[in-house]
Design a protein around this ligand. Sequence first.
Ligand code: AQP
Length: 332
Amino acid sequence: MSRIFSGVQPTGNLHLGNYLGAIRNFVRLQDDYECIYCAVDMHAITVWQDPEELRSNTREVAAAYLASGVKPEQSIIFAQSSVHAHAELAWIFNCVARIGWLNRMTQFKEKAGKNRENASLGLYAYPSLMAADILAYKATHVPVGEDQKQHLELTRDIAQKFNNDFGKEVFPIVEPLIFGEATRVMSLRDGSKKMSKSDPSDYSRITLTDGRDEVAKKLKKARTDADPLPEKVEDLESRPEAANLVGIYAALADISKADVLKDYSGAQFSVFKPALTELAVEKFGPIGDEMKRLMDDPAYVDSVLKQGAERATALAEPVMKEVKETVGFLSF
Ligand code: AQP
């Protein structure tokens, strides 16, 4: 059976983009694949995290998985730092990946910004740890949003180079799974920027725990142009904010953008935004409520994470044994 690995950083503010681009697909894949879903806390600390908040945000990611429908008795849910293989394999991959490859990573450039010299070494090596996350389980498929495509290409390059260097097919060449009508949800304040947890403006994103009033307020303030919605999807191309809201509607309703326009072409945003608010509240309300209930029961969430870590460790152990033997480490 093919194996899935994916993760979300516990950096707070889980939003519509994380859900539509990733978590919802995690749920849909679990009947067809063996699935491993992680709260990637080691990735989170590549930028400063308050320790107490990190602990709570790690539980929040697990709660989001559970509330969205990931079944813990079937799929594995765990925290990255509780399985040693991630750090061990990441070091080996740091010695396989080339500096030139990492220099090309756009996420590092965006996150480090102008203050590159002051960014952590971990932020720079992030894609190498991501390759380790996936390959420690020899996962074959990785469901992600479009922004992670470049990192997955690097994972493929690392696997290929490792296999070539040692003359052995140790690692599979992973396939990204990027699907749905909202693989790149944009900020509600700026249609050229992706919706992100770290955007300083709360109005840029709808979070999974926002209630009706917050969703309505944020969508009301969402930037748009003055024209009504067009008839054809192609006519959204030069209208990023309108395209984003139509894409969100389509993804939430599980229909195509063309179908959304069939119902709403000619409509002003004063009509479309309230309809989108209703839909978002209908879809997210139960998830947000369940997340809050789970966050009030940390002992249960921790028990899921502990059991998940044990199962993940058992899967990673034989892979790490093979890798260490291949590299030439002594094993006792
Ligand atoms: N805007 C988005 N649209 C679609 N998918 C998205 N993802 C993130 N933003 C969008 C997908 O969510 C998964 C988890 O992302 P992550 O937490 O590991 O890191 P990220 O991509 O860096 O997410 P953020 O929200 O933008 O966080 P910050 O602000 O910390 O950088 C991934 O599959 C991602 O593709």
